[in-house]
Design a protein around this ligand. Sequence first.
Ligand SMILES: Cc1ncc(COP(=O)(O)O)c(C=O)c1O
Length: 480
Amino acid sequence: MGPTPSGDPGEGPASAAWELLLPAASAPARTRGRSLQAALREAVRSGRLAPGTRLPSSRDLAADLGVSRGLVTEAYEQLTAEGYLRSGRGSGTWVGAAVRAAEPRAHDLAPRSPGARADFVPGTPDLALFPRAAWAAAHRGVLADLPHRELGYPDPRGLPRLRTALAELLARRRGVVADPERIVVVSGVAQATTLLGFALHGRGMRAVGVEDPGSPQHDALYASAGVAVVPLPVDDEGVAPEPLRASGVRAVVTTPAHQFPTGIAYSARRRTELLDWARSVDGIVLEDDYDGDFRYDRAPVGALQGLDPDHVAYTGSVSKSLVPGLRLGWLLVPESWSAEVVERKRTMDLGHPSLDQALFARFLERGDYDRQLRRCQRAYRDRRDALVAALDAHFPGAQVSGIAAGLHVIATLPRRYGPEERFLARVAAAGVAVRPLSAYAHTPAAPEGSEGVRLVLGYAHVPPARIAAGVRLMAEAATG
Ligand SMILES: Cc1ncc(COP(=O)(O)O)c(C=O)c1O
C-alpha cells in the first residue's frame, strides 16, 4: 500500500493498520463512513496505530482504500473532535498522545491482574469451581468406552452424541429450537463469531452491527473475516431500532438475555422489533448467549432463537459455566446458513477434538453439567449479594444495576467520585483492578458525562471474603 506513517518503510504494524480499514471501505455505501470511523477508532484504541503515528493524507488514504476523499476527511475530522487524532495546519494528522492507547478498549476481558490487591475485571468465572473430580471420572469413562472409530476425524458439526445432548440441554434450559442436525460444536463463541463472519462475507455482507457498548471481542474477530463492525447504540430495552434500520446492515450481533456489559435484558417489544427487522431485510440476528445460564432473582429469559429459528443464529459456550480454557461451545444457525458454516468449520480445523466432545457428552448425559450450574448459581448469587451490600456500605448513593443475572454488575457512582480518569488513576494506584463502562464503548461519551463514574464489576471469580475488602479498598482510594 502506498501511504505509510512517517519513518515506516511500508511494513510492520502501522501499514497493517491501513489494511484493517479495508473491510470498512467495502461496507455498503450508506454505512461506509461510520464503518471507516469505527475501524480507525479501533485501530487507535487497540494500539495498532501508536500515539504519534502520522496518518497518510486524506487523498492518499482515499485512493488506497478506494473510497471518496470526503469520507476520509470526515473520518479524520470526527476522530480529531473525539480526541483520537490531532491535526495542525500544514502538518498533517497524527494519532494523539492522550488517547486510550495505554488503556485499550477492554480486550483483556479475563481478569489478569496478578499483582492486584483486588480484581473486579469482568469476564471469568471462578476457575477453582471447575469440577475436577467429575471431569476426571468422565475422562476415564470415555477412554474406557469410546469405540476406536470415534477417534477418527469427526463430523465437522461434532459427534452426534454430543449434538443430541446439547440439543436437549439448550431446549430445556434456554428454549432454543435445537435440531441436533444443525448444531455445530465449536471452540467457543469466538470461533462461532469467526465462522459467522466468513458466512456473512460469503454472502456479500461486509458489515455487521454490534452493540455499543458491547463485547470488545467482535471487532477483531469480524475483521479477520473481512467484515467491519458498525456500532449501534443500546438503550434500556436493547439495540435501538432506528439506528439499526438506518445503518443498512443486514446482520446484527446481540446479547439479549443479559446485554454485555450493561446487564439489561432485551424487552419483549425490542425482541419483536428485532425479529421484524431481520425478516424485513432478509437478514440475521446473531444471539450471543454467553452467560444465559445464570439467573438469580427472575425467571430465565428464553433465547431469542426460539422465537424465530430461521432468522437467528444462536451461540454459547462453557466459558462461564465451566472454564474458558476448555475452548468448547456451540453454534446453531438457520437451515439456509448451515451448509456454508459447516463447510467453513471443516476447512478451518477438520472438526472439534473428538475426545473432548465425547467427554463433554458424557458429562451432560450424567447430569454433571446441571449439577455444576446449580453449584455455580448458588456461589455466584452469594457473591453478587456480597458485592451489592459492600457497594451500598462503602459507596453511599451508588446505583447498582444488571444484578438479576450474569457474572457482573454495573455500579454508577455519585458524581462526587468523578471525574472518571481521576477515579481510575486513584484506584489503580491502590492496586484495585476495575473496568469503567466506557472501556466497552465504541463511541466515547461526552468528556464530562452526566452519569458520573460507571463501573463494570465482575464478581464471580472473587472469593466472597475478598469482595467486601476489595470494595472498601476501592472506596478508600477513591476518596483518599
Ligand atoms: C459477550 C461475550 N461473549 C462471549 C464470550 C466468550 O467467548 P468464548 O466462548 O469464545 O470463550 C465472552 C467472554 O468473556 C463475552 O464477554
